[in-house]
Design a protein around this ligand. Structure first.
Ligand SMILES: [Zn+2]
Length: 435
C-alpha cells in the first residue's frame, strides 16, 4: 500500500549490522521439562498474569465474551489537502467525515489491544466496533490525523516501517520522527511493526537493496541471504521499535499484504500475536489471527469505507447462546491461576462431565497461537494439546469449546508462564521440538 518506497534510498548496511547485533538472545532457550502447576499464581506473578487470587486457583474470573461482536479495521496512510496519490492519501476533511460517520452509525472505536483481548476471551467489546490504523509513519499522521482522533476521543494504532523513521532522507522529509512517536506512545497511542524497509517479504521477489554508500540495487534474494534479509524485516524491525520506544510490539502489518506461510511462521516465532493484511473483512471471534483483513481507505474509492460500515451495520446477535463451564470442573492442566515453568506446556482438559459432546466439534484456542490441533478421546473425554511453539508473554489463556446436546459450551482459563525459570531450567535435558 505504499508507493513511497520506490523513491527512497535504502540503507541496508544498517540493517545487516543490526541483524548481527541482535541475534535474538532468547531464541536459544530450551524448553524446560518441569511444569509445576503450583496452586495459585506466585507472589512474583507478573502483571500480565490475569489469574485469580492464590486462594482460589480454579475459579473462572473472566467475563463471558460476546462472540457475536464484530469489528472492522481501517487502514489509512497520508492525510493531505491536495491529493496526488489517491491510493494512499485522503484529505483531512474526508477523514474527519469518516470518523464522524462511525460515531453516527453507532460503531465504537476500540483499541487494537482490546480487539486482541476479546479474541483471547479476556475482555468483552461492544457488538459493533472499529479499529483505526495508520500505516508507514507519515508526519501528517502525527500533525493532522492525531488531533482529529483526539477530538473524537478515538484510540488508534500506528504501523511503522523503521527505515522511514530512522533515515531523514528516507522519509522524504515527511516521515514521523522517533520523538513524535515517543510523544504518541506517552499519550496512549499503540505503535506496531510494519517491517524495516517496506518491501515484498516473499523469497525470490524483487526487492531493493542499498549499499553503504547509498547506491541502490534491485535484486532477488534467495537462501541464506534472503533469510538474513527477511529476519531483519520481521524480527529486526520489531526489536528496533521495542528498544527505541520501550514498548511491546505484538502486531505486524504486512506490506502490500504480500506474505506466505514462511513469513507467517517467522512472525509468530518473533512473538507477533496478530498479522494484518489489506484485504478488508469484518473480524469475528473466529477470524484467524495471522491474517486479519483491514479496509485500506483510498481517496478515490469512498465506497470502500461505506461498504465496510455496512458490513457490520446489520449484525445484531443471532448466534446461539454459549454455556460457560467452570474450568475446575474440567480438571484443566495447567490449572487456572497456576504458573508453569515451561514455554511449551502440555494443555489438557477433561470434558467427561459434559454430556452429549459432539467429538468433531471439540476445539481449543490458545492465546498467541489461535486454534490448535487438539486430540480428543471421546471415551475418556480428554482433550489435549502439546504446545510445540514457545508461548510468549507471562500468561496464556486457553478456551476449550464444543457442541453438546446442540448447544455450544466452553471453558476459559488462564495460567502464568515463568519464563525466567523456563530459561534457567534449560540445562535439564528435554526432547527437542521440531518446528
Ligand atoms: Zn505500508
Amino acid at each position: 500500500m505504499m508507493i513511497r518506497f520506490a523513491i527512497l534510498p535504502l540503507i541496508l548496511a544498517l540493517n545487516f549490522s543490526m541483524c548481527k547485533k541482535n541475534p535474538s538472545a532468547e531464541g536459544s532457550s530450551q524448553p524446560a521439562v518441569s511444569s509445576s502447576p503450583s496452586a495459585g499464581a506466585s507472589a512474583g506473578a507478573s502483571p500480565g498474569t490475569s489469574a485469580g487470587p492464590p486462594s482460589s486457583p480454579a475459579k473462572i474470573s473472566k467475563p463471558v465474551v460476546d462472540q457475536t461482536a464484530q469489528t472492522i479495521i481501517f487502514c489509512y496512510h497520508r492525510l493531505v489537502d491536495k491529493i496526488r496519490y489517491p491510493g494512499t492519501e485522503i484529505t483531512p476533511a474526508a477523514f474527519e467525515a469518516e470518523m464522524q460517520q462511525l460515531k453516527d452509525a453507532g460503531i465504537t472505536v476500540i483499541t487494537m489491544q482490546d480487539l486482541l483481548a476479546w479474541k483471547r476471551g479476556d475482555k468483552n467489546i461492544p457488538p459493533r466496533c472499529a479499529v483505526i490504523t495508520f500505516d508507514d509513519g507519515w508526519k501528517s499522521q502525527y500533525e493532522v490525523a492525531w488531533p482529529i482522533m483526539k477530538k473524537f476521543g478515538y484510540p488508534f494504532t500506528m504501523f511503522i516501517y523503521t527505515e522511514g523513521v530512522r533515515g531523514g532522507s528516507l522519509g522524504g522529509g515527511e516521515a514521523i520522527t522517533w520523538e513524535q512517536l515517543a510523544d504518541m506512545r506517552d499519550n496512549g497511542v499503540d505503535i506496531q511493526a510494519h517491517t524495516a524497509t517496506h518491501q515484498d517479504l516473499r523469497e525470490g521477489h524483487n526487492i531493493m537493496l542499498a549499499a553503504p554508500g547509498g547506491k541502490r540495487t534491485r535484486t532477488k534474494l534467495t537462501g541464506p541471504q534472503y533469510e538474513q534479509w527477511v529476519h531483519n524485516e520481521v524480527v529486526g524491525s520489531k526489536e528496533l521499535l521495542e528498544q527505541r520506544l520501550g514498548i511491546k510490539v505484538n502486531c505486524f502489518a504486512v506490506p502490500f499484504g504480500n506474505y506466505n506461510e514462511h513469513v507467517k511462521e517467522l512472525a509468530r516465532n518473533a512473538g507477533f500475536e496478530a498479522m494484518f493484511t489489506v484485504y478488508g473483512q469484518p473480524i469475528t471471534f473466529t477470524s484467524p489471527l495471522d491474517s486479519l483483513g483491514r479496509y485500506a481507505i483510498e481517496a478515490n474509492k469512498p465506497k470502500v469505507f461505506v461498504d465496510a460500515v455496512k458490513m457490520i451495520g446489520t449484525s445484531s446477535g443471532g448466534a446461539a447462546a454459549v454455556a460457560e463451564v467452570g474450568a475446575a470442573d474440567l480438571s484443566t492442566q495447567p490449572a487456572d491461576g497456576s504458573t508453569v515453568h515451561t514455554a511449551l506446556p502440555l494443555i489438557k482438559a477433561n470434558l467427561s462431565r459434559v454430556s452429549g459432546i459432539e467429538p468433531a466439534s471439540v476445539q481449543m484456542r490458545v492465546s498467541g497461537l489461535g486454534v490448535v490441533p487438539v486430540s480428543y478421546d471421546p471415551k475418556t473425554g480428554t482433550v489435549l494439546y502439546q504446545v510445540t511453539q514457545k508461548l510468549r508473554g507471562d500468561s496464556c489463556t486457553v478456551i476449550v469449546s464444543a457442541k453438546a446436546e446442540g448447544k455450544k459450551v466452553e471453558a476459559h482459563w488462564t495460567f502464568g508462564i515463568d519464563a525466567t525459570a523456563a530459561a534457567a531450567a534449560k540445562a535439564s535435558p528435554s526432547p527437542t521440538v521440531k518446528k
